[in-house]
Design a binder for this molecule. Structure first.
Ligand code: NI
Length: 158
C-alpha cells in the first residue's frame, strides 16, 4: 500500500519563532556560611579589611544567584534554552554544592579561594559555562544581600 507520509527528517518545517537575540535568566537561592580571611596577612590586617565578615566563628548569607543565557529562539521550540534544563544545570553546578555549606571549607571548586561575592561569581561562571546545553552564558550575578551584588560577564569581558 502506498503512503504519502515521509520520514520525519524530510518533513518540511515552518519557522514559528521570531528572529532576535534574547537573554533568559534563571534565579536560584542558597544559604551558606563563609569567612573573609586572607591567611597571607596577620589577624589585625584581616580585621581591618573585613570587619564583621572576618568573624572567626563564621557568618551566613541568603544568597540569590541569577544566571543569564543569551541566544536566538530555536525555530522548533521557541526557547533559547529550556529553563527547566537551566535550572538543572545551575543546581548541579552550584546550588547542590553550596547550599547549607561552609564556602571556605566544604566546596571543592572554592578550595583556597577567598569567598568574596566577586570571587564567587567568577568561580560559578567556570562551573556553569561548560555545562550549558544551549545558548551562550551572558552573566552570573550573585546577591549577598538585598543591596549588594556582584556580576561577572565572563573572562573575555572588559
Ligand atoms: Ni559575608
Amino acid at each position: 500500500m502506498r503512503t504519502e507520509s515521509r520520514p520525519a527528517e524530510a518533513q518540511p518545517r515552518s519557522n514559528r519563532s521570531l528572529e532576535g537575540l534574547v537573554y533568559v535568566t534563571r534565579r536560584a537561592h542558597f544559604n551558606a556560611a563563609h569567612r573573609l580571611h586572607n591567611p597571607d596577612y596577620d589577624d589585625a590586617w584581616n580585621r581591618e579589611q573585613f570587619g564583621v565578615c572576618n568573624n572567626p566563628h563564621w557568618h551566613g548569607h541568603n544568597y540569590v544567584l541569577e544566571v543569564t543565557v543569551k541566544g536566538r529562539p530555536d525555530p522548533a521550540t521557541g526557547y533559547v534554552i529550556d529553563l527547566s534544563e537551566l535550572k538543572r544545570i545551575v543546581h548541579e553546578a552550584v546550588v547542590s554544592k553550596c547550599d547549607h555549606r561552609n564556602l571556605n571549607e566544604e566546596v571543592d571548586f572554592l578550595k583556597g579561594i577567598l569567598p568574596s561575592t566577586e570571587n564567587l561569581v567568577i568561580a560559578f561562571w567556570k562551573e556553569i559555562e561548560p555545562r550549558l546545553t544551549a545558548g551562550t552564558l551572558h552573566s552570573v550575578r550573585l546577591y549577598e544581600t538585598e543591596r549588594n551584588y556582584a556580576e561577572h560577564l565572563g573572562p573575555t569581558a572588559s
